[in-house]
Design a protein around this ligand. Structure first.
Ligand SMILES: [Zn+2]
Ligand SMILES: [Zn+2]
Ligand SMILES: [Zn+2]
Length: 290
């Protein structure tokens, strides 16, 4: 897979017939080069889905959100637009009307047979269905009276719980991908890096203070200004002490506050509480061609 920044580079690549003496065929990856966004405006109540494709450059399809009330299906003035680009624009003009676009974040897909995330029942490799409540075979979730045990995180809740840390992790990854484009694997790696970045300063602060290191799960609140100053002072003092002991061996010169100083923070990635508030990074995804 190749990633390019400009449409003109993409066109050059697609026109390529040979690479290093080998015959090649270059195609545009439709999954990575499309994105979805949500628009909502009361003036769009009377619009038809096809009109968005006609009106807005880069929109390849539109779907109106409908809600069910009893037997009735009610049309809303919210639409999901599919764009011909790795990330959606922040605003579009629906005819004369400027409308804000929010990235469309899909609901995490859970298999109803094994309850793992990321694929549906039709692609499941599990022979027997697991109970959504206790995670065991031969039982049905709606009839099961056993204590709940989630198959994904082993927590005391059914696998369908929206407060499951695995569900929230999956949701954070889908949100990141909706905002930044790229593959699911790239989004997962980026979310884990964001969590580690949030967790690391807190662990460092604890080490300098000499306090015990405990497991920290995201989100970690940003420290107030009044909390930052004394920490900086402490670390400077420690550095002075450090230089006085130049002649000592490497081992004894290390700060003595904690045996785990400098070690990787103990990040419990299995129990990410909520990463809803990840900063919206500027889009780094270019057009991908594979
Ligand atoms: Zn499955
Ligand atoms: Zn059960
Ligand atoms: Zn769970």
């Amino acid at each position: 897979m190749l990633e390019v920044e400009r449409t003109s580079d993409e066109e050059k690549l697609i026109g390529m017939k040979e690479l290093g003496g080998l015959k090649v065929k270059v195609t545009r990856d439709s999954y990575l080069n499309t994105s979805r966004g949500v628009i909502n405006h009361r003036d769009l109540r009377g619009s038809r889905e096809e009109e968005f494709v006609e009106w807005i450059p880069g929109v390849i399809s539109a779907r109106r959100i409908e809600i069910k009330r009893g037997e009735e299906r009610i049309k809303t003035n919210t639409y999901v637009l599919t764009f011909d680009s790795p990330t959606p624009p922040s605003e579009v003009k629906a005819g004369y009307l400027p409308v804000k676009v929010r990235p469309y974040v899909p609901t995490p897909m859970r298999c109803f047979r094994c309850h793992r995330f990321g694929r549906g029942r039709d692609r499941c490799r599990m022979k027997e269905e697991l109970c959504v409540r206790c995670g065991e075979t031969g039982r049905r979730g709606d009839e099961c009276k056993r204590n709940p045990r989630c198959v994904n995180c082993k927590g005391e809740h059914p696998a369908s719980s929206k407060s499951c840390p695995k569900y929230m992790e999956e949701q954070a990854i889908l949100r990141y991908r909706a905002q930044n484009g790229g593959t699911f694997g790239q989004a997962r790696a980026a979310v884990i890096v964001e969590v580690a970045k949030e967790v690391r300063p807190k662990l460092y602060a604890q080490a300098v203070r000499g306090g015990p290191i405990r497991k920290v799960t995201a989100p970690v609140p940003t420290p107030k200004k009044s909390e930052i100053a004394p920490l900086a002072l402490n670390s400077a003092t420690r550095r002075t002490d450090y230089s006085k002991n130049k002649n000592k061996s490497e081992e004894t010169r290390k700060p003595q506050t904690c045996g785990r100083y400098g070690a990787d923070p103990e990040v419990d990635l299995e129990s990410i509480d909520s990463i809803w508030s990840l900063p919206k990074n500027s889009c780094r995804a270019g057009r991908r061609t594979g």
